[in-house]
Design a protein around this ligand. Structure first.
Ligand code: SAM
Length: 276
């Protein structure tokens, strides 16, 4: 018997994958968690029925959410990841020689445990005793309220704006992020699909621009996510990703490179119009 799994991406559109094997299903206090081995995407993490990451295309998302901000800041020593329980973002963060400490605040300890067991190639930085990594199981919204002038770069690697992630998409949260950053700090957040989440993207961009003098949205192609084209939005107090030389990466990547660092900010007209 063939098993197919569908993520309902909008009221009218879904992405359906053929599943070879269901590896884990469970429930935490925050969400339903599943890991399946799919024919096209390989092993995938699914939270509340929403595809989060897959071994097939995770490199795009994790490289782009980490390397664009970390190479925009000239000396990112203190870095915070909010969410990111699969470990892919922190894996990329610790590759940067300048990073002294990479904190991760994930609300759901079960996501971390399941990722360590079933997605070891993504969660590798959480599996090894990496002296740079500090993992806290807790609410990123609360963590932001308590931090002040502490981080060079904050990366919000969150799920969709429903459930525990809802408060990560509010002006109050961005004010706390601003306060938690050092005076030349910057942050980035995944800001969903430019096709299917236009009102959300417009609101988030406007909320971030109200606080940060430099606000820029950039794009990456991610087949697992709705519409296949995904947005990230960067808010910076001082450094502009479009100014100055892009540093050379001292390690290899599969999606990110110095050309992509610039070209990802080239927005099609419909997105430029949306963000005006
Ligand atoms: N790459 C993914 C995507 O865009 O779909 C996001 C992956 S990561 C698994 C998202 C994580 O954010 C989840 O593990 C979820 O538990 C976590 N999360 C949601 N709300 C949170 C909060 N308030 N504080 C900390 N982590 C949160």
């Amino acid at each position: 018997m063939e098993l197919w799994l569908t993520e309902q991406q909008t009221d009218h559109v879904g992405l359906t994958c053929r599943v070879k094997e269901t590896l884990f299903t469970g429930k935490s206090p925050y969400q339903d968690i599943a890991v399946v081995d799919s024919a096209e995407f390989g092993r995938m993490l699914v939270l509340d029925g929403v595809f989060q990451t897959s071994v097939f295309d995770e490199f795009v998302y994790h490289e782009m959410i980490a390397h664009v901000p970390l190479l925009t800041h000239p000396n990112p020593r203190q870095v915070l990841v909010i969410g990111g329980g699969d470990g892919g973002t922190i894996r990329e963060v610790v590759k940067h020689p300048a990073v002294v400490q990479a904190e991760m605040v994930e609300i759901d300890g079960l996501v971390v445990e399941v990722s360590k067991k079933y997605l070891p190639e993504i969660s590798e930085a959480l599996l090894q005793e990496n002296p740079k990594v500090r993992l806290k199981i807790g609410d990123g919204i609360q963590h932001m309220k308590e931090a002040q002038n502490k981080y060079d770069v904050i990366i919000v690697d969150c799920s969709d704006p429903i459930g525990p992630g809802e408060g990560l998409f509010t002006p109050e949260f961005y004010q706390d992020v601003y306060k938690a950053l050092k005076e030349d700090g910057l942050f980035v957040q995944q800001t969903e699909s430019p096709f299917y989440h236009q009102p959300l993207l417009r609101r988030l961009f406007s909320d971030i621009r109200d606080l940060f003098p430099i606000t820029r949205t950039y794009l990456a192609s991610i087949p697992l996510y709705p519409g296949g084209l995904h947005c990230f939005t960067l808010g910076s107090k001082h450094y502009d990703p479009l100014q100055g030389e892009v540093p050379v990466l001292p390690f290899s990547t599969r999606y990110y490179n110095r050309d992509v660092h610039r070209s990802c900010f080239a927005l099609p007209t419909f997105i430029q119009d949306l963000l005006k």
